[in-house]
Design a protein around this ligand. Structure first.
Ligand SMILES: [Zn+2]
Length: 189
């Protein structure tokens, strides 16, 4: 049996069958998303790149139906979760970031308009056939933070008082100045 996530049908067909897709798919199967994560992790030294990041499971559900009683407006309700490996932009260490995203999408052909459905976001159908995976992938790409940061300060080396020396200190002239001042104080003591 094929994986419905990869099948291509018209939006009307998906909706007419009230298709419900439950999925659990490795992140490596999402090409664009993987490329983005790979580029992000490339900031790390090769030995720090988490092994098996491509095996993280993208899980969720898609429920197709119609937004209107006349069944002219196909829609899909989606819920997706995944935990991605990423790099904290503050301490430059790898960490695992849980993502959760939901959307109710009105599946409209190009130029097609629908008034009075403000509770939906519009998904423009660029091709006549819709592959559900492309929606899941786009939702996750949109959910990726512009700048990933450790959520818990205890986990972040920069925020943790134990290792207060940040990467910035090494390169700023202020650091050199502070060091010089510290030496001067020592000398006068
Ligand atoms: Zn951090």
């Amino acid at each position: 049996m094929g994986n419905p996530l990869h099948e291509r049908r018209s939006a009307a067909e998906w909706s007419a069958s009230s298709q419900v897709i439950e999925f659990a798919e490795k992140i490596g199967k999402f090409e664009q998303l993987s490329a983005i994560i790979e580029a992000d992790l490339a900031a790390l030294d090769a030995d720090k790149i988490p092994a098996g990041w491509r095996d993280a499971i993208v899980a969720g559900q898609m429920k197709f139906g119609f937004a209107d009683a006349q069944q002219a407006l196909p829609m899909v309700k989606c819920r997706v979760t995944v935990t991605v490996d990423t790099v904290c932009q503050r301490c430059l260490e790898a960490f695992r970031l849980p993502l959760e995203t939901e959307a109710d999408l009105l599946l409209l052909a190009l130029e097609q308009e629908a008034d009075g459905y403000a509770e939906y976001e519009v998904w423009e159908l660029e091709e006549s056939l819709l592959q559900p995976q492309s929606i899941v992938e786009e939702m996750l790409i949109m959910a990726l933070p512009f700048s990933a940061l450790h959520v818990e300060s205890a986990a972040c080396k920069v925020l943790s008082p134990v290792t207060a020396k940040s990467a910035d200190d090494v390169t700023t002239p202020f650091a050199a100045l502070r060091e010089q001042m510290a030496k001067d104080t020592e000398g006068s003591a």
